[in-house]
Design a protein around this ligand. Structure first.
Ligand SMILES: NC(=O)c1ccc[n+]([C@@H]2O[C@H](COP(=O)([O-])OP(=O)(O)OC[C@H]3O[C@@H](n4cnc5c(N)ncnc54)[C@H](OP(=O)(O)O)[C@@H]3O)[C@@H](O)[C@H]2O)c1
Length: 332
């Protein structure tokens, strides 16, 4: 298994995003299926698992903790706080709260659900714009000094916010959406990470299924599937985006790999500090995704790929206006 540096840790160059096992893309799979995916990943040599307090309002951490606890020494565990489910009269509500007391509580809750004494990489899931980043990161560095987390990360931040945070405490990783159809990190964050010695963890690296040639009709998506609120997945925009797939698949064939592998191999070729974390509920898809580490791409193919799929050729924004307000990333 190829390795990449993630803060103080060496991890599998392709690691596993665990969100989909409990959250996001319609009805989550049964727990036994999630268990199979997690154990198959471990068996295949995956040494980094990514969860968050937010995923399934804690259900994902509970699953990851239960299944992976006996193997805790074999992998680097990441989770996130500052965004979590809060009980209200109308049920659980998603709340961004970066105040130190909220971060401390999120971390304690995560440690309990994950059944571990320490989280290796602890991210601020979203910068709470009502709280100076220095305050939130200050609280995270207190957790580190208390031995509850081993390194710090940020998610969906701009280069300027990363630098402010890094001045308070070294940041080991930035996790942000990055794939052929979401190129925002190329504006500044990828370079800032390289300069500061932070890894860049690419989430939604296979474009939430689009680049796997796996989703052809968005009308079939479950009512609770979060892609329904994403402009790129609206029926009109998605129909336009689907036209990119035949030439994309031809490039995958030329590279001797599957469409999903091409998306992941492209990320691995972009820079050595990038660690993609695809998510899947299927063991076969997991194995296919890991196979991207063996794919070699030449400059000509990369050039044609980048001209085919980029922010200008894709129809629709990645996020709704509401979700856009919650992130701090640079936009084209
Ligand atoms: N920090 C953040 O704010 C944030 C936000 C989103 C995600 N994340 C993290 O990033 C991870 C991955 O992101 P993501 O799940 O949003 O997007 P993704 O990995 O780009 O796409 C996941 C989708 O692609 C499908 N897929 C994956 N491999 C496939 C293959 N080989 N063939 C066919 N379909 C395939 C999966 O379906 P199947 O289940 O059928 O395989 C799933 O629907 C998450 O698990 C989470 O840990 C972080």
């Amino acid at each position: 298994m190829q390795q990449r540096q993630l803060g103080p840790f060496q991890v599998s160059a392709i690691s596993l995003g665990c969100m989909n096992l409990s959250h996001a893309y319609g009805v989550p799979p049964p727990a036994e299926q999630g268990e199979r995916v997690l154990l198959a990943a471990l068996d295949a040599g995956v040494t980094h698992f990514d969860s968050a307090a937010m995923y399934g309002f804690g259900a994902n951490e509970t699953l990851v903790g239960r299944v992976l606890k006996p193997h805790r020494r074999r992998f680097t565990l990441a989770s996130k706080g500052g965004l979590a489910g809060v009980q209200t009269e109308d049920g659980m509500k998603r709340v961004i709260d970066g105040r130190p007391e909220a971060i401390r509580k999120n971390c304690e809750d995560s440690l309990r659900r994950l059944q571990t004494d320490v989280i290796d990489l602890y991210y601020l899931h979203r910068w709470d714009k009502k709280v100076p980043i220095e305050e939130s990161v200050g609280a995270m560095s207190d957790l580190l000094r208390a031995g509850k987390v081993r390194s710090l990360g940020l998610s969906e931040v701009s280069a300027a916010t990363l630098r402010k945070a890094h001045a308070v405490h070294p940041i080991s990783a930035v996790q942000t959406e990055y794939s052929l159809w979401t190129r925002n990190p190329e504006i500044a964050v990828l370079d800032a990470c390289r300069e500061l010695g932070a890894a860049f963890v690419a989430f939604s690296p296979v474009a939430r299924g689009f680049l796997c040639d796996a989703l052809h009709d968005v009308v079939t998506l479950d009512a609770k599937d979060i892609r329904r609120s994403m402009p790129r997945f609206s029926p009109e925009n998605y129909a336009a985006n689907l036209k990119l797939l035949p030439p994309y698949k031809a490039l995958a064939q030329e590279a001797g790999c599957t469409p999903a592998q091409l998306a992941l191999a492209w990320l691995l070729h972009k820079a050595p500090h990038i660690v993609p974390i695809p998510g899947t509920t299927q063991v076969e898809h997991l194995r296919e995704d890991l196979g991207a580490m063996d794919v070699r791409l030449d400059a000509s193919l990369i050039g044609r790929l980048e001209s085919l799929i980029n922010e200008k050729t894709v129809a629709g924004n990645r996020y709704s206006e509401q979700s856009n307000r919650e992130v701090d990333t640079e936009v084209f």
